[in-house]
Design a protein around this ligand. Structure first.
Ligand SMILES: Cc1ncc(C[n+]2csc(CCOP(=O)(O)OP(=O)(O)O)c2C)c(N)n1
Length: 561
């Protein structure tokens, strides 16, 4: 029986297991939202900004290892949402964005809010699909999900003209394509085993590809731990993936994040083999293409990623394996470890000692506000084994990575490519997806006023994330870059911010507001925040600007013009 395109689209989303979509409504696709609400088979989460909706869908994509779905209106709506597409594209996160378009009869006239999405989105999506025929609608969605989730996952845009939703069609629901999980070749596994047997100082980086596998199959963690222990390998989670290996595991080889501290990176550079296991190998992870060096790595590199396009795109590996990283781990575990594996124990212990020293919960006193280290260490004491932590972009994040001892089973979400504004929406999505568990968002005063307004969405949907704001009254990261690059010039004025009382701001949303202005208030303030549980909490932390990151500080004389 014929049915409307809107109904067909909703049924197609249902077939793809979509139970929640994030949106800012718009007249250009109102035919779809109204049908969704009428059919009531999935929750339509109404957000405050399209970037918020996009980041929530990106978080959903990571939490479920299925494409998260958001819907935005044409022109201004999509323009607001572009930052989330950019993040999903760089972060290899599966995302389907449904975007309204002008009526088909007006294509190309520069009609109200018209944009040419195929041109506009060509560098930040895997695919743009324009649905101009009712018969194509369901097939287009099936393709969108498949492309978003396969190979290197990423965002796909589906363009829906305003006048298509009420058209009738006999087209059936196009069913989801089966997940394609690539495995390694026998010959490549033999070579990998040979390289591992010869190596005295291997370094294993684990990244976002393994995170995706772990959602599909939680046995990933047990298998990774067994591999590390029996093959005597140091494991280094990469930038923004700290929960892939427990920080207190004796095989933890150090966190390969942004600007690895000298003590650790100098030791890592003694490695005689690098295995990137489910890590895309970005600018950040490779320390600006210096370890390994691009395009020719200074040490033998094995790059394992489920997409041959990516393996070899920047670095020339000695061995490239286009496979799921978990499949490679399982294939390694099918064999006994090399006879001399235990000879690597000293190498693993050495890296682990540096890692433990770096993680020590120590900090120096500050005079111009609380050292954010004190707050992050206190939060760490309260985090449950299944807690979710999200982080916005900014220097406050360095404290999170230095002082929180993440564990497998916990979840960490952030824009790996460093988009400010991502932290709070991701926390809201996590709180909806993981009800009854702790969700903590770390954010700067800069990011808090970019996208912290999604706290309204948390209140509206009855979830209770905790937003910890490091208010150093400046865009601190940029102050640091300015100081490092142009040490003789004044810099603070170009990055200073005048902020509201964030605790009072929180209360106007119906959230709880707590202020921490002195280190003596930290333990109480954080305990109160974790005790609330029934509504969102904002902890306004008045932090030191001179303590520019977890690793360095300015002298007052440096900072002033
Ligand atoms: C959307 C976006 N705009 C600008 C930047 C550049 N940027 C990176 S960090 C930063 C400052 C962050 O300031 P804040 O949130 O206060 O945290 P802090 O660095 O002070 O800890 C800026 C402006 C960015 N990464 N993303």
């Amino acid at each position: 029986m014929p049915q409307s395109v809107a109904r067909l689209l909703v049924e197609s989303l249902e077939a793809h297991d979509v139970d929640q979509v994030y949106c800012v409504p718009g007249e250009s696709y109102i035919g779809l939202t109204s049908t969704m609400v009428e059919k009531n088979s999935m929750r339509v989460v109404v957000c405050r900004h399209e970037a918020g909706a996009g980041f929530m869908a990106a978080a959903d994509g990571r939490l479920r290892n299925r494409a998260g779905v958001c819907m935005v209106s044409r022109g201004p709506g999509l323009s607001n949402g572009i930052v989330a597409l950019h993040t999903a594209y760089h972060d290899a996160t599966p995302l389907v964005m449904l975007i309204g378009q002008v009526e088909r009869k007006d294509f190309g006239r520069l009609a109200l809010q018209e944009q040419n999405y195929s041109v506009l989105l060509s560098d930040i999506t895997k695919l743009v699909i324009e649905v101009n025929e009712p018969e194509m609608a369901s097939e287009a969605l099936a393709r969108a999900f498949h492309v978003a989730e396969s190979g290197t996952p990423g965002p796909v845009a589906v363009i829906l003209p305003e006048d298509i939703f009420d058209d009738e069609t006999d087209a059936p629901v196009d069913q989801p394509r089966p997940a394609v999980i690539p495995g390694p070749r026998t010959a490549d596994m033999a070579k990998l085993k040979e390289m591992l047997a010869k190596s005295e100082r291997p370094l294993v980086l684990v990244g976002g590809g393994l995170m995706a596998d772990a959602i599909r199959d939680p046995a990933v963690y047990e298998d990774l731990n067994t591999l590390a222990e029996t093959w005597t390998l140091p494991i280094s989670p990469t930038h923004r993936r700290p929960m892939l290996f427990s920080a207190d595991h004796p095989n933890y080889g150090g966190y390969m994040g942004i600007r690895v501290p000298p003590a650790l990176i100098n030791e890592m550079k003694k490695a005689d083999l690098m295995i990137a296991l489910g890590e895309r190998m970005t600018d950040t992870v490779s320390q600006s293409y210096s370890f390994p060096t691009a395009p020719q790595p200074q040490l033998p590199l094995v790059h394992i990623w489920p997409d041959a396009n990516e393996v070899g795109r920047v670095f020339r590996p000695d061995l490239g394996i286009a496979a799921s990283p978990h499949e490679v781990i399982k294939a390694l575990l099918a064999d006994a470890p090399p006879a001399n594996a235990k000879a690597r124990q000293g190498w693993v212990d050495g890296l682990n000692k540096i890692h433990r020293d770096l993680l020590a919960k120590e900090w120096d006193p500050t005079t111009d506000g609380v050292n954010f280290a004190a707050i992050v260490c206190e939060v760490d004491k309260h985090l449950a084994p299944d807690a979710t932590v999200t982080s916005d972009a900014g220097n406050f994040g360095s404290f999170v990575h230095r002082y929180i001892g993440f564990k497998q089973g916990q979840m960490f979400l952030a824009s790996v490519v460093g988009a400010m504004g991502s932290g709070m929406p991701m926390a809201v999505a996590a709180a909806m997806r993981r009800p009854g568990t702790q969700v903590v968002c770390f954010i700067g005063d800069g990011g808090a006023l970019m996208m912290g307004n999604e706290i309204a969405t948390a209140v509206q949907y009855g979830v209770a994330p905790i937003m910890i704001i490091s208010d150093n009254s400046m865009y601190g990261t940029i102050g640091m870059h300015s100081y490092v690059r142009y040490p003789d010039r004044p810099f603070m004025d170009g990055t200073r911010l005048t902020n509201p009382d964030f605790a009072a701001w929180a209360r106007t949303f119906g959230a709880e507001g707590i202020t921490i202005a002195d280190e003596s208030e930290v333990a109480d303030g954080i305990a109160k925040a974790f005790a609330v549980k029934t509504r969102p909490v904002v902890v306004h932390c008045k932090t030191s600007a001179l303590q520019m990151s977890a690793w360095r500080r300015y002298e007052l004389a440096d900072a002033l013009p």
